[in-house]
Design a protein around this ligand. Structure first.
Ligand SMILES: O=P(O)(O)OC[C@H]1O[C@H](O)[C@H](O)[C@@H](O)[C@@H]1O
Length: 449
């Protein structure tokens, strides 16, 4: 059973069958490197069989901690950045709603995300939103020393101590971090926080199905077993199978053929606001994995029909280096019949008898055709249902595709050396110990006038 369908209808004018044939040897090599763990970054590929090997004791611990949070707190503040928040946030919005916190019932724990920027406004406002509600904190950092997360953690710790005292605060903190290394691990051991482990051999952007994503999701009542089951099934569907039987490979191959023809930007588009953060998660997965050695497809996103009224013009008629991958939901959980009115003052009588989702789906079909006609190659990843199982499969589909794609690009898809550059400049300018030699060099450049 597959929960997703990969639809290449909109590629026909842009890719010929023989181009896939010609790529087959490279695809087979990429698969060999990945599955035999002989490629660059092979030490970070435990996500490959993570879901099917998921430790039942770990699952029980996550569920037990989630219960504790639910019983003690009205709010969970999840502190983390990059791979330490995007997976949890996207899955929460996908499974529930971008308005999950507004819709939460009295007995549900709200989930807010912090530490994913350093805005003093955002932090002040979040504290105001929490008000005097009881809250717990899940601080997540694989390295255990990311500035944004560590800073936010300081503020929330201060607030917890103010409300619950030192010992009470420590009981409301769950740290998700490396088993051994980092300042957060050291603090966790010293303070006796409840804690979960980010596996060393799974990179942050591949970590949504570990405790990183699973604890916040379990707190929101999401079925993490079903999520893992979807990903475990995907391990077989998108594994070592050949191109003809393997949609994840077909997606990787299609992207690569398009890239070689000059289509260097990929838009991940959606027609549901609950998928907006799915694209944010996907952007880190693709961008951090592929963007190396001056190569890689630039990942961006579009929310339809909203963005058709902003940069839709560019997509239709701008520079022709774009292609589009649309994540489509074939069924929605809630639909609305278009209201019937007397007369036709708004000119919409022709839509009576249809539902709002039917209009949305038809618009999606029409936009795909218009974009294809405008020279934008178009693929769709179609989901029959918006449930945990399908999301698990979808996550694995994209993870597998980007791993294969990275090896096609002859880069290491599992590291992110470029991310250090901004940190070096920021630490030097902030006067972090160890960066003294760099400080003057960066300051001189800022004071150049
Ligand atoms: O989980 P952490 O170690 O705090 O890292 C959070 C994020 O920050 C880094 O800059 C990396 O580029 C990301 O891959 C990572 O997901």
């Amino acid at each position: 059973m597959t929960a997703i369908q990969f639809d290449t209808f909109g590629l026909a004018p842009f890719i010929k069958e023989h181009e896939y044939e010609e790529l087959k040897p490279q695809l087979a090599l990429a698969q060999k490197l990945l599955f035999e763990k002989k490629g660059a970054g092979a030490a970070y590929t435990d996500w490959l069989n993570w879901a099917s090997n998921f430790d039942p004791a770990e699952e029980a611990k996550i569920l037990q901690l989630a219960k504790k949070v639910q019983s003690e707190s009205k709010v969970l503040v999840v502190i983390g950045i990059g791979g330490s928040y995007l997976g949890g946030k996207m899955a929460l919005e996908f499974m529930r709603s971008p308005w999950y916190n507004d819709l939460a019932e009295e007995d549900q724990t709200k989930v807010y995300f912090a530490g994913n920027q350093m805005s003093s406004m955002a932090l002040t406002q979040l504290l105001r939103v929490i008000g005097d509600a009881d809250f717990s904190v899940n601080v997540i950092s694989k390295s255990g020393q990311t500035t944004e997360a560590a800073l936010a953690f300081r503020f929330f710790k201060e607030e917890l101590v103010k409300r619950y005292g030192q010992a009470g605060a420590a009981k409301r903190i769950i740290a998700t971090t490396d088993a051994k290394q980092g300042t957060l691990r050291a603090e966790t051991e010293a303070a006796g926080y409840d804690n979960l482990v980010v596996p060393n051999d799974i990179g942050g952007r591949f970590s949504v199905l570990t405790a990183v994503g699973l604890l916040p999701l379990a707190v929101a009542g999401i079925d993490i077993k079903a999520l893992l089951a979807g990903a475990a099934a995907a391990e077989t569907l998108y594994s070592e199978k050949k191109l003809e039987e393997n949609p994840a490979l077909q997606y990787a191959a299609s992207r690569r053929i398009l890239y070689d023809k000059g289509y260097t930007t990929e838009i991940l588009a959606n027609w549901e606001p609950s998928l907006q953060y799915f694209a944010e998660w996907w952007k880190q997965l693709m961008g951090e994995s592929e963007g190396k050695n001056q190569k890689g497809i630039y990942p961006t996103s579009a929310n339809y029909s909203t963005d058709l009224h902003s940069f839709g013009q560019y997509i239709q008629e701008g520079r022709r280096d774009l292609f589009e991958t649309v994540v489509r939901l074939d069924q929605v959980a809630e639909d609305l019949a278009i209201p019937k009115l007397e007369g036709n003052e708004d000119g919409l009588a022709y839509l009576e008898g249809k539902t709002l989702n039917e209009v949305n789906q038809t618009a999606a079909d029409g936009v795909a055709l218009a974009h294809i006609d405008g020279g934008v190659p178009n693929m769709a990843v179609r989901l029959a249902k918006q449930d945990e199982y399908s999301l698990g499969e979808l996550i694995y589909f994209f993870e597998m595709s980007v791993a294969i794609s990275g090896y096609l690009f002859a880069i290491n898809p599992f590291n992110q050396p470029g991310v250090e550059a901004y940190k070096t400049a920021m630490f030097a300018l902030l006067g972090k110990p160890g960066y003294e030699d760099e400080t003057k060099r960066y300051q001189d450049r800022l004071n150049r006038s």
